[in-house]
Write a protein that binds this ligand. Structure first.
Ligand SMILES: [Ca+2]
Ligand SMILES: [Ca+2]
Length: 267
């Protein structure tokens, strides 16, 4: 072998070694919700694709503000469809516990389920006329007593176990849903922040990092909600729910269920 040939082989061996090192390096960076593509990117989201920050938020606001609104009374029957138990079509799945309960037990008595506003009605005082108070993207079937325990508390970790909602915790000013519902709650809250910007009859709803918001139109804690979005990615239940609201009731989508990475892109 000539000296030139030996040199070429040495160079090739070094190149192969470099590739092997690259292939075996462990991934050490914590990855945020990875970018996704959906069937709606070239249609529903076409004006938002490629944007970030306030430009993305503004574009999504315009897109999702085109919607039908339903009455608070109509929410009962809508939840029987959107929150249907995939394993039992006679039941709904309850938020914060995952319990399956008969659709016919909607009401206000102990043992019934009712309409939980994940963005608490009092944070912006929007009540239950058609608008944020009846927006299915943040309304979920919930046990009556668990709903009462949650009240209008902000979102944060910690506290004592919630009776009737195993895995959920609460203290004097915050509520922590069970792990399987954490991402759902985060994406519902952040949907509300983008949908309601104060340019219609309602307050501009926004997330912040407080747990003492009371009746101001804010919900905390944003830093925790961002973690929950990463920790609990959209499930098949959540995605079906988004589709049913889009196709049957409101004609708008929750962008953060379709693109969970948009949470970090905006906040
Ligand atoms: Ca979930
Ligand atoms: Ca807002």
């Amino acid at each position: 072998m000539s000296a030139a040939q030996t040199g070429r082989w040495k160079a090739r061996a070094a190149a192969i070694a470099a590739v092997l090192v690259t292939l075996t390096l462990p991934t050490v960076t914590a990855t945020p919700a990875s970018a996704t593509t959906t069937a709606y990117d070239s249609t529903y989201y076409k004006n938002a694709i490629g944007k970030t920050g306030t430009s993305l938020k503004s574009s999504l606001h315009t897109i999702i503000s085109s919607q039908s609104k339903i009455s608070y009374d109509a929410v009962w029957n809508a939840l029987k469809v959107t929150d249907q138990d995939p394993a039992n079509s006679a039941n709904v799945v309850l938020l914060y516990s995952g319990a399956s309960r008969s659709k016919s037990l909607n009401g206000g008595d102990v043992g019934d389920w009712n309409r939980e506003h994940v963005w608490a009605q009092s944070h912006g005082s929007f009540g239950t006329s058609a608008g944020p108070g009846t927006d299915l993207h943040h309304l979920r079937a919930c046990d009556v007593q668990v709903n009462s325990t949650r009240g209008n508390k902000d979102w944060d970790t910690g506290g004592s176990p919630v009776s009737g909602a195993s895995g959920s915790y609460t203290d004097s000013n915050s509520f922590e849903p069970r792990n399987a519902d954490k991402g759902d709650v985060a994406r519902m809250i952040l949907y509300m922040a983008v949908r309601y910007e104060g340019d219609d009859a309602w307050a501009d709803l926004e997330p912040n990092d407080s747990t003492t918001n009371g009746s101001v139109p804010f919900h905390g804690r944003l830093s925790v909600l961002k973690q929950w979005n990463e920790q609990d990615p959209p499930s098949a239940f959540e995605e079906r729910r988004n589709d049913v609201i889009f196709n049957t009731y409101q004609g708008n989508r929750n962008p953060f269920i379709d693109h969970p990475e948009w949470v970090e892109a905006i906040w």
